[in-house]
Structures are given as C-alpha cells and as structure tokens.
Design a protein around this ligand. Structure first.
Ligand code: ZN
Length: 462
C-alpha cells in the first residue's frame, strides 16, 4: 500500500463546495479520505507532506495546450510540455490536434496516447480534428476518433469557414456526445492581419485583425449550437463583443461556452508598442496587483512575444473579458500554450508565427487579475481550472471526492517569484512575461498519487 497524507493545508474543492483547513489522505493513487477521517485513517507508515500555509486543490486542468508532438518537436514535445504543465500546477492537459500529421485518424490518436503514457508526467487528453488535415473541406472520421479516445474535436489554429460543413460537424459531435471547440476567426474579415485593428496597429503600421473577425464566428457558433443542440465551445476569447454574445445566448439556454487566456486579460495591444508605452497607458491598472518591484519588466516595440492569435486587444476588451470571467459568462481558464523556437520568433513582426507559452505563468496571472484584484474568490478561480473544464469534456477529473484519482495541486497564492524563461521547463522561451515578478506560486503537483513536481517552500525566518 502506498499512502501519502497532506497535512495542515487549506483544502479548496469547488466540486464538493469545500473550503476549510483539513488533511487529505491518498492511498494507491486515489483520494481515500478528507478532513478528520484522513487524519485518523492514515496508516502509521504513510508518507507525510506538510501543506501548512498552502492551498490544496484538485489538480488543475488546461484544456488548450499545443504539445507539438508529432512533427514539431524542436518547439516542444510530450516530455517537456508535460514537465512545464507539472511546474505550472497542471495535472491534466488537453492537447490540440494541429500537429504534423494532424490528429485526424484513430491511428494518430492511439500513437499519441501511447507516447503520452510513456513520456508524459501528467495526464494527457487528446483532441481530434473536425476536418481532414484541418483543411476545412471534408469532415474527419468523427465516430472513429471518438472510439479512439478523443475528448473533443477542434480545428484549432484554423476555423471552418463553410457553415454547412460546420453544421454537419456539430450534428456528428452531438451524435457522439463530443464538444466542438472552435478557434473563432472569419478569414474574409481578418485576411492577413497581425495585431488588433485599432489605434496601435495604425500607429505602428501593422495590418489589423478586427474584433468583428472573432465576433462573427462566435455569433455563427451560437446559431449552430442552437440549431443542432451540440455543445460548442469558443476558444481563447479576446473581444468584448464575443463576451456579450455568449452572455446573452447562455441566458437563453444555448449550449455555448467560452474560455479565456491570461494574456488577453492582463495585456493589451499597447504592449506591441513596447513596455514604456504600455506602462504609461494600459499597464497602469496592473500596478494594483503586481508585486512591488524596483524596475518594471521592459521590452522593445514590435516584440514578437506579444504576437498571438487572436491578438491582444484594447483596454475595453480586456475589461470585458475580466467582467465575463467575474459574472460567470466565461467559465474556463486556460493557456493556449503555443511554443515556438527562438529563430522562428526572431524575425520581423509580420513574419513571426502567432503564439506564446503559458503553462508556467497562467495560474499566477489568473490569481493576480482575478483573486488579488478582489474580482473572484480563490474557490471561483480554482473552479475555472478544475470542475468547469472537467464537466465540459466529461473528464473524470477536477474533484477531491473520495475515490477520485489523486490529482492534487498545492500552491501559495501570496508567494512572489520571478519568471525567467532561461529556467522554464518548456523547450521554448516565447513568453511575454519573461522577467515579470508574479504573485502565486505552485509548490507541489501530484498526479495519480505521485509527486511530479515539488518546490521547497521558502523558509521564513522568525
Ligand atoms: Zn487557436
């Protein structure tokens, strides 16, 4: 028997409406007892982990991660991507299918699941594509993808433009009880835009990516969810109009949902003009939640680590995403972890690939903008990383209920630390948050009862 007792932590388990100081007992990879039972039932030889001063919660889930394996392993692979997840407090990640080859057949699903079982240190759930080779022309074999174990379908990175094809995808998804996750981008409106269409793209002379390019597809997806009854989930929301559309549709009971990534509710398009411009304008509200520091993080204008799809938007959009997270319109937080090699990002802004890493910084950034800013309770933030994504994708995860898999995250919401890409676990370094002092630090990650990451808590001198 393999027993581990976590003592003295504050257990927050939104799935069971629990928020109290308590012990947690893990036996043979499962949650065995919580609270007084845990203390009394722990075998004498159980290993002990002191969680005093820490939050103990269900293992975090990130439902939007690019692991780049197979085909693009210079950027990331399953071993490094899951190491970054563990360090960020994530015990389960959902990987996107835009690999090379794309995950559009049962054979590719099986090979990734095998590889993840060998090389991964956290749970990896696989998504399949909606269309063959993500070409947006012909449906992938959705039934056989489901039988091979995918938890959702998505053409992420791309967006189906043909509405009739999207309708049929939704009908199949409903038949096979799968969620359709969509990267919302209308190609005819966005064309070759590289940053948000607004003041800053004009000032910087960069081609614009208008908010309507996202909102148009969010509206389409609401109509599709209504027409077919399929669960449609809008990925990485960035625009105020998208939040308003989803808020209204949810009130009518449409099975639509959305997710937000920290970069969209921390940064704005002003960041593309460089750190001086950012801190003098849209960066100001962050001073309330950023730990006090001697010098603020600096970066040049046209820094490609601030280029992602959808792009950083205006301060008004950032506020709307925060409001959507606060009032429950947006139930899910995730990273859209998108690693790229240095040489790919070290080119002119126009030519750089879209995307940034995120697994190792997302919890702290979410805590800063949602919890430390007093918008949400700790339990509400944790729910968006645990039970909410688990429910959307029917994963048997996201809870510390007795009998559940012992996936546990331990963190200190008040600990301050410096994020340095030179020491991050991801293979790539394309983060806009390099050199930021963040608040909220993961100290332990446990997957199926096994410690996969442990940071010694800083010793406090008395
Ligand atoms: Zn995407």
């Amino acid at each position: 028997m393999n027993a581990l007792l976590l003592t003295g932590g504050r257990i927050i388990d939104p799935a069971n409406r629990l928020d109290a100081p308590a012990d947690l007992l893990i036996i043979d990879g499962k949650i065995s007892a919580v609270g007084k039972d845990a203390t009394t039932q722990a075998p004498a030889d159980a290993a002990r982990l002191d969680a005093k001063g820490q939050i103990v919660c269900p293992g975090l889930i990130d439902l939007h991660v690019h692991l780049r394996e197979p085909g693009q392993t210079a950027k990331e692979n399953i071993a490094t991507g899951t190491a970054a997840a563990a360090r960020g407090g994530f015990t389960s990640i959902v990987c996107m299918p835009n690999t090379a080859p794309a995950i559009d057949s049962a054979g590719t699903v099986a090979s990734i699941r095998d590889r993840a079982a060998q090389a991964g240190i956290v749970n990896v759930f696989v998504t399949g594509t909606i269309t063959k080779n993500i070409a947006g022309e012909e449906l992938a074999p959705i039934g056989s993808l489901k039988r091979a174990g995918v938890v959702a379908i998505t053409d992420d990175g791309h967006c189906i433009q043909n509405n009739e094809l999207m309708r049929r995808a939704c009908e199949y998804a409903r038949m096979f009880d799968l969620t359709v996750m969509d990267h919302c981008q209308d190609y005819s409106l966005v064309t070759d835009g590289v940053m948000h269409e607004g003041y800053w793209n004009t000032a910087l002379g960069l081609r614009g990516w208008p908010s309507a390019g996202e909102e148009m597809i969010v509206a389409r997806n609401i109509l599709m969810a209504e027409l077919t009854g399929a669960r449609v989930h809008c990925q990485h929301l960035s625009a105020a109009g998208s939040v308003a559309l989803i808020r209204e549709a949810k009130k009518r009971g449409v099975p639509i949902s959305g997710e937000a990534c920290p970069h969209h509710f921390v940064l704005t398009d002003a960041a593309v003009a460089g750190s001086q411009k950012f801190w003098a304008t849209d960066g100001k509200p962050l001073l309330e939640v950023l730990p006090r520091q001697a010098t603020f993080p600096s970066w040049p204008n046209y820094d490609t680590n601030f280029k992602m799809n959808p792009p950083l938007r205006s301060a008004k959009d950032r506020e709307a995403i925060l409001e959507g997270l606060t009032d429950g319109t947006i139930e899910i937080l995730c990273s859209d972890h998108a690693p790229h090699c240095d040489y790919e990002k070290e080119v002119e802004f126009d030519y750089a690939p879209f995307g940034i890493t995120g697994l190792e910084t997302e919890l702290a950034l979410s805590l800063m903008q949602l919890y430390h800013s007093k918008r949400l309770s700790l339990s509400d933030v944790i729910a968006k990383y645990t039970i909410a994504p688990a429910r959307l994708l029917n994963l048997k995860k996201g809870t510390l209920g007795v009998g559940a898999d012992a996936d546990v995250t331990i963190f200190n919401p008040d600990a301050e630390w410096l994020f340095d890409v030179a020491t991050n676990a991801s293979k790539s370094k394309n983060s806009p948050f390099h050199n930021w002092t963040l608040k909220g630090r993961v100290t332990g990650t446990i997957v199926n009862g096994k410690k996969v990451f442990a940071e010694q808590p800083e010793t406090v001198s008395v």
